[in-house]
Design a protein around this ligand. Structure first.
Ligand code: SAH
Length: 366
């Protein structure tokens, strides 16, 4: 197995309060913490030497005591549609993936919060691949920093003339609310105007609805948008697809989601993966409509992204259309997610630890 020899702790990933402590310990004035913070997250310096407005002595002290690094990229795949998938190898050999999705009016980064996932939803490759561990804040932030720095002028969605706004979705590997502290710490730095500066309206966290954590998130001073993975119109079917239903019930998850304060009065999104013949009939659509009618929400229908290991089929186009029409006629706001990056296994639910490790093992050690 691959182990990096890590002697110094990583400064990248620390929040403002922690940086203040570091600067204080080094005997430096407090305002230096703000400068270092800005270099780490706003200007995304790759070394202490780059932090040119810091006194040389301070740069040296930082260099001696701290590391500054992002997770190592071992492979990048580019899809015919411009989507890019990044495979990272972490210090303990765990592998994770992030996806960059260029769109017309924005550019989206999809990030992971766990290596693998313990939830084992029946249609998701990540769950089938198993669970390794929670990610640390620097491993979450490092995915964003890496993608932002990799996209260059001339790339699809890259800056040409006016830069498209960044959109971040916490929809990669893992369940973010099972890694609450690290995820929320990373989100704070992402949404901070002195940090990455991503507006809370442009950041969406997707969860199956881990209730105690969801209630806690609702109390945070700055919160992202919320997407709930629903996938079934009733508890019996949801239980068959998502083992977590046993612990956190559909009705309770919806009740908690409706109470969640979305930034600027936006709407909760309910994600619904359509599986042929399993949850995609007109009867299911009517049941879903009855379940959500009267709640302030939007529904995002996701035709299954199939893979050999997934024991379900993608819905027919006619079934997707009929399903969407029933919801729309019932006055629900509905959208259908277009698959992106399927040819490189970058689409929703296709991020997989086992495949990733197999690819990673073949890549040269760096
Ligand atoms: N654990 C969180 C974050 C992962 S988000 C959650 O479940 O919400 C990943 C999204 O992609 C979820 O809505 C998930 O259900 C969906 N998804 C998983 N497997 C999929 C597949 N094979 N095809 C399409 N969408 C899938």
């Amino acid at each position: 197995m691959y182990h990096r020899n890590v002697s110094k702790a990583n400064l990248f990933g620390l929040e403002k309060t922690a940086l203040r402590g570091v600067v204080h310990e080094l005997g430096e004035p407090a305002y230096r913490a703000g400068q270092v913070y800005s270099w780490l997250y706003k200007r995304r310096a790759r070394s202490f030497a780059d932090m040119t407005n810091l006194a040389k002595g301070l740069r040296q002290k930082l260099e001696e005591a701290w590391d500054l690094r992002w997770p190592a990229v071992v492979e990048t795949s580019v899809s015919a549609d411009g989507t890019r998938k990044y495979l990272f190898r972490l210090d303990d050999g765990a592998t994770i993936e992030s996806v960059y999705i260029p769109e017309e009016s924005r550019r989206t980064i999809c990030i992971s919060t766990q290596a693998g996932c313990p939830l084992k939803c029946a249609f998701c490759l990540t769950g089938i691949g198993g669970y390794k561990r929670n990610l640390k804040p620097w491993e979450i932030l490092g995915q964003v920093a890496t993608v932002m720095e990799d996209i260059r002028p001339g790339d699809p969605g890259g800056e040409h003339g006016e830069a498209l706004p960044w959109n971040i979705v916490v929809m990669g590997m893992g369940e973010p609310l099972l890694n609450y502290e690290a995820t929320v710490s990373a989100l704070r730095v992402l949404m901070d105007s002195e940090g990455f500066g991503v507006s809370p309206r442009k950041l969406t966290l997707s969860t199956v609805g881990i209730l105690p954590a969801l209630e806690k998130l609702a109390e945070e001073p700055v919160r992202p948008n919320l997407a709930i993975s629903l996938h079934a119109p009733n508890a019996v079917l949801r239980r068959a697809l998502m083992p977590i239903e046993e612990k956190y019930r559909l009705q309770d998850v919806i009740a908690a989601a409706q109470k969640y304060p979305i930034p600027r009065g936006g709407l909760v999104t309910y994600e619904y993966v359509l599986l042929r013949g399993v949850n995609d009939t007109e009867g299911h659509a009517r049941e879903l409509l009855a379940l959500l009618r009267g709640t302030r929400c939007k529904v995002n229908l996701i035709p299954l992204n199939p893979a050999a290991e997934i024991p379900f089929k993608a819905p027919t186009t006619a079934a997707v259309d009929a399903f969407a029409r029933i919801l729309a006629l019932g006055n629900l706001t509905v959208s259908v997610r277009r698959p992106r990056g399927q040819d490189i296994l970058a689409a929703c639910g296709q991020l997989n630890l086992k495949r990733a490790s197999a690819v990673g093992a073949a890549a040269p050690a760096i």
